[in-house]
Design a protein around this ligand. Sequence first.
Ligand SMILES: Nc1ncnc2c1ncn2[C@@H]1O[C@H](COP(=O)(O)OP(=O)(O)O)[C@@H](O)[C@H]1O
Ligand SMILES: [Mg+2]
Length: 332
Amino acid sequence: MIAIHHTPNSFSVRWIAYCKEHNIPYKIVNAYDTDIVEQVSGCTAFMWHHHHANYKDVLFAKQLLYSLQETGKKVFPDFNTTWHFDDKVGQKYLLEAIEAPVVPSYVFYSKNDALDWIETTVFPKVFKLRGGAGSFNVRLVYSKSEARHLVNKAFRRGFLQNSGSVYIKEAYRNYCLRKGSFMNVLKGFIRLFVPTVYSRMHGREKGYVYFQDFVPNNLYDIRVIIIANKAFSIKRLCRKDDFRASGSGYIVYEKNEQDECCVQIAFEVNKRIHSQCIAYDFVYRNSEPLIVEISYGFSMYGYDKCPGYWTDDMQWHEEPFTPQDWMIEQIL
Ligand SMILES: Nc1ncnc2c1ncn2[C@@H]1O[C@H](COP(=O)(O)OP(=O)(O)O)[C@@H](O)[C@H]1O
Ligand SMILES: [Mg+2]
């Protein structure tokens, strides 16, 4: 019996559909209940598509999953898959330790260390918070003085995740592109004064500062998702006049627009990370693909147009597929 925590519009929709279709016994459980461990006690597996933008999930999803994994249950996502999720600082150490091809990154836990480093390095650099998605907490820093300003803020007030000013810019951009409504722009305006529930409950990001080398001249990034021995890929184009692709909404699915070199690297690196399911995002330094970030979670609908997938022998299979089925097949 598989225990599934169900959230609308998440992977669980398709996990449940799979169980129904294949007559696999499953039970819906509620991870937020205090007796969740008891709820799953008779089950052999537990699956939860926990989300970085839900402050409750961030508080305990990993702890719950690892605890259940320790008892010998199959869990999705398991430790190797999710300990580094939504944690760019954690990913830095992991990718360095396993000697993956990665964009060089720098983290400091004291203001003086950060200020000293600023004097010795070159700009522009990319400043990021350790969490967040859709490029919300990612920006280019052009000068030492701008970097010093961010460092001072990191060790004083700190940063709100998904700040109101970024929110309104994104909502306005989407409105201009006819991808979002004017209502969202108004909501964005309100966000200037009323932070999201997540921002409020999560608190401010502070006490550390994280930068990455800026890799210039990328008009897109390549995302390769590995699940078990299979991989699929999308190309995400950058926003207009912007170096950031994630969250732009411009996605190219055609196979000949992807890069098998990235697929191969992703398979190789995942032999060392042992993740059940993981997206590797690449940008190019000259022609060398480098990993920018990794992530177990992704939007469920954004990949439905992928025309096919590779197996780890690099064979291409041109046929429709459902990534969520592969997740559950791994657990069975
Ligand atoms: N160091 C970098 N050099 C060049 N482009 C980058 C760099 N880091 C991120 N980007 C671009 O910005 C986008 C968002 O960065 P990312 O770290 O993936 O943040 P998020 O977690 O919000 O997706 C990426 O999709 C990529 O296009
Ligand atoms: Mg990203």
